[in-house]
Design a protein around this ligand. Structure first.
Ligand SMILES: C=C(O[C@@H]1C=C(C(=O)O)C=C[C@H]1O)C(=O)O
Length: 109
């Protein structure tokens, strides 16, 4: 047990520690999956550049959100996952714009 935890409730602290270990494992998996998701977004960005398509695809974003919320389970999780996914979609868009700008600069040389 670390020294910055209040004394007492040892069993609860031990259980909390177990849940934190589980969260650390989930974060490991999430980091890998989100990285993979960004790799897909990068490939899509390259294709959109060739096709002259916009980065922002509102209908596709609605579909992504719909797919996620369908699996959310509860109203509370649905609200939270919607917020998380709005951030993911925004960052995915920014990532694609950054890739597009880098690719554009490279092709000018
Ligand atoms: C990845 C794409 O680009 C953007 C980002 C999306 C995403 O991260 O899922 C979805 C739609 C686009 O606004 C795509 O068009 O599929």
């Amino acid at each position: 047990m670390t020294t910055d935890t209040p004394s007492g409730h040892e069993a609860e602290w031990q259980e909390l520690d177990q849940w934190r270990k589980k969260i650390d494992l989930i974060d490991c998996e999430l980091t890998a999956l989100l990285g993979e998701r960004l790799d897909c977004a990068e490939k899509i960005s390259a294709l959109k550049s060739v096709m002259g398509a916009e980065v922002l695809q509102p209908e596709r974003e609605k579909e992504v959100l719909h797919n996620v919320l369908e699996r959310a389970g509860t109203e509370e999780k649905s609200r939270t996952l919607a917020n998380i996914y709005r951030c993911i979609l925004e960052e995915s868009r920014l990532f694609q714009h950054a890739w597009k700008n880098r690719a554009g600069n490279t092709h000018k040389d």
